[in-house]
Design a protein. Structure first.
Lengths: 353, 389
């Protein structure tokens, strides 16, 4: 029952981009696309604009298991878009080498749950390359894309959110889009960013999220958070698919007279502390929500930083509504997830502290 | 229950169909020698003989168990489509000969560890249909208490170490189990199964090197069904001769659709592993279904190929022909057996459907050892929702 609720919440279409002030893209119209099509478009543009960019990973040739790479091999050839054997460590290491030679290596890891064999390569090789070579070498052209997050029936190994592990590594960037329009702009920024980037795509939104996406080449700046809903009573911070759930909670809270401000962090590392700080100084309360387990999740970092910066302005303790401290469960997914009701409860408790 | 009647020798009660089975009750102990379909191809060792010792009892057992495995997988297919099984479901139909041949050559003290295509291996290790369907549907009576699902079947008392989702990760584990067996002087071996996709994982070669260095009784079995999800082996591997990939480790290539070839190879491998150390077995097999229930299985291979294998190499058909040619049963008797099996599977499904889901508190159990006592919070952080037991 809770699962149905959760799923129907996600189906409810998806967030409008708030402020027009930051960039004009949010007010442009375009074609109605879902997330995988928007990412596909971004990849087409990336490969088109730079002849030294390559897309590779498991099964990307025929379009990938989520269709993000459809049409690329046909258009750009098998020398630029190719399949690799089943070896994540090898794939990422290979990508680092390619990037070190000045190419843009766009690596796909089939599910974020499988990224761990490549963890050593990312942390020890990619993140530290520029630093340890005194800027002689770098693998800035490396972008690693991986679908992450719950999907309703993924179980232990098709639902994980590993962003916290990567946010702990200076030298790489971690970016998570919330919608098709954001994904296209952010992905193009990541690919063209001169640092190695890990780009997590919320797999639940691949088909469910549909939005108007401008057809031209555009980039959304990294390390800039966006206030997607303005409010005065409490600040909510999240990223990726969780924002859809948080917006549901905000709408419900509004019915009870609580005005919520919702911020999409977009880039988790390095994250936009100023925007969140400004918002919390206005509202005095902070709630962070993510699917990953609560202990050691990225919410802890946000909480600690905001506490340092806004201590005297806080009206209530910073609250985190996250996944539980268990492995991502199979039948228990509805209990594990940070649902709209859990967030709503936390909003009310924080406001009434 | 129907099946146990077949192996009971004399129960003194004349029943309508056991009368028909009378003749092979008396031929139970008759040894039969069967020639494998193909010779073995060896790497750095002498291949075993093509003549396999068996008995009429074993032949019928093979037929019955493989037919049961086949029916179980087909039933799982329907249950998945009816949304009673959620998550992922990887079916083994077509590969039954590997599970059954291996079991025939070893004991329950020997360990088996495999990837996620584990329903039939679990059954071979002595698991019951009820446990299988309960686990698939996420019920309490499942072998992993409903917390694992299709990919995570385990059976400790039969040394079945599961049931693993991450490709290739189970092989170093298997080598560790083999180390423990050697250390404890158990005179047992470990079969670490993996697929042609996993054969390109680095951790496999790390595990192989360690096993060879320390002469561990580890047998690495590559169940080569020629497709790693949708990628054909020639597109993923420079050398698809997986039995040779061990380089300094001997290997054997086996027709994985011939249960007797598998049995012979596993017996040979066990003797080798106990004496000399690791060996690789490559089972040349085939799966009829796609990689999982989300994969139709026809976008990367032709329907002709699938039906061709079904006609020429189906493992159950092969056993059926042997049973008939050795006059152990008539066509009709075998059909009756299949009907009983169908009923047994349907009964198990019905029983599993009645089983309750795990209690919500089970979400928190077994994260750590019992009594560790970490807290897990509810939404408001003040009320402790649960202490991890």
């Amino acid at each position: 029952m809770a699962a149905l609720l959760g799923r129907s919440c996600r189906k409810l279409g998806f967030l409008s981009s708030g402020h027009g002030a930051r960039r004009s893209v949010s007010t442009e119209t375009g074609k109605s696309l879902n997330l995988y099509s928007a990412i596909n478009q971004a990849l087409h543009i990336a490969l088109d604009s730079d002849p030294r960019s390559y897309v590779f990973g498991e099964d990307v040739g025929f379009g990938g298991v989520f269709r993000c790479t459809t049409g690329l091999a046909e258009r750009f050839g098998k020398n630029r878009v190719f399949n690799t054997p089943l070896c994540e460590q090898g794939i990422v290491g290979f990508g680092i080498g390619l990037a070190a030679m000045g190419n843009r290596a766009i690596v796909e890891i089939q599910f974020a749950d499988y990224i761990y064999p490549a963890f050593d390569q990312i942390v020890n090789e990619a993140a530290k390359f520029r630093y340890r070579s005194g800027n002689q070498f770098n693998c800035g052209g490396l972008t690693i894309r991986a679908p992450y997050g719950a999907v309703g029936h993924g179980g232990h190994y098709h639902s994980q959110s590993p962003e916290a592990f990567f946010c702990h590594v200076p030298g790489i960037k971690v970016v998570i889009p919330r919608s098709p329009r954001e994904a296209k702009g952010l992905l193009l920024s990541c690919i063209r960013d001169p640092n190695p980037v890990v780009f997590f795509e919320p797999k639940w939104l691949y088909r469910q999220a549909v939005e108007e996406v401008p057809e031209h080449d555009y980039m959304i700046p990294l390390s800039e958070a966006e206030v997607i809903r303005e409010g005065n009573d409490i600040t909510l911070v999240g990223w990726g698919a969780q924002l859809t759930i948080m917006e549901q909670a905000c709408l419900e809270a509004e019915k009870e007279g609580i005005s919520c401000e919702l911020i999409d962090l977009k880039t988790l590392l390095p994250w936009d502390k100023e925007t969140v700080e400004a918002s919390v100084k206005k509202t005095g309360r902070l709630l962070i929500s993510h699917e990953a387990p609560i202990t050691g999740g990225f919410g802890a970092e946000i909480s600690a930083t905001i506490l340092e910066r806004c201590f005297l302005k806080l009206e209530a303790p910073v609250t985190r509504v996250c996944g539980l401290d268990t492995p991502f469960p199979l039948v228990f997914e509805p209990f594990y997830m940070p649902t709209k009701n859990k967030i709503l409860d936390a909003i009310k408790t924080t406001v009434n502290y | 229950m129907a099946l146990s009647r077949l192996s009971s020798r004399s129960n003194g009660i004349a029943r309508p169909f056991s009368a028909a089975f009378n003749r092979f009750i008396s031929t139970d102990t008759t040894p039969i020698t069967i020639e494998t379909s193909l010779p073995f191809t060896a790497h750095l060792c002498d291949p075993p003989s093509r003549s396999v010792e068996s008995s009429s009892q074993e032949l019928l057992d093979f037929f019955r168990t493989m037919a049961l495995m086949r029916r179980m997988e087909i039933a799982a297919d329907s249950l998945y489509k009816a949304k009673l099984i959620r998550g992922f479901c990887h079916l083994y139909d077509g590969q039954e000969a590997v599970a059954i041949g291996m079991e025939a050559a070893i004991t329950k003290k020997d360990a088996i560890i495999t990837a996620y295509r584990d329903h039939c291996i679990f059954l071979g290790r002595g698991g019951s249909l009820h446990e299988v369907f309960s686990e698939l549907m996420g019920r309490q009576a499942g072998c992993s208490k409903g917390k694992g699902g299709s990919m995570h079947f385990y059976k400790k008392d039969s040394s079945f170490y599961g049931g693993h989702g991450i490709v290739g990760a189970q092989v170093p584990l298997g080598c560790g189990v083999a180390f423990a067996q050697k250390y404890n002087k158990e005179e047992a071996v470990t079969f670490a199964l993996y697929g042609d996709g996993a054969a390109n994982q680095g951790q496999l070669f790390e595990a192989l090197n360690i096993s060879a260095l320390w002469d561990l009784p580890a047998i690495l079995v590559c169940e080569n069904n020629h497709y790693g999800m949708g990628t054909a082996e020639w597109r993923a591997a420079k050398s698809p001769s997986y039995y040779k990939r061990g380089d300094y480790v001997p290997g054997l290539k086996v027709d994985g659709m011939d249960a007797f070839a598998v049995k012979q190879a596993c017996k040979f491998a066990k003797d080798h592993a106990l004496e000399k150390g690791p060996i690789i077995l490559e089972m040349d097999t085939y799966r009829y279904h796609g990689h999982s229930m989300s994969d139709p299985g026809s976008t990367y291979r032709t329907r002709d190929e699938i039906s061709g294998v079904r006609q020429e190499r189906d493992p159950i058909e092969r056993i059926k022909k042997l049973v008939l040619s050795h006059d152990l049963a008539t066509e009709k008797e075998l059909k009756d057996m299949e009907k009983e099996i169908r009923k047994e599977v349907d009964d198990a499904i019905a029983k599993a459907k009645d089983c309750p889901m795990p209690e919500p508190s089970e979400l928190f159990t077994n994260v750590y050892v019992k009594g560790f006592g970490t807290e897990s919070f509810g939404p408001d952080r003040k009320e402790v929702k649960a202490a991890l037991p």
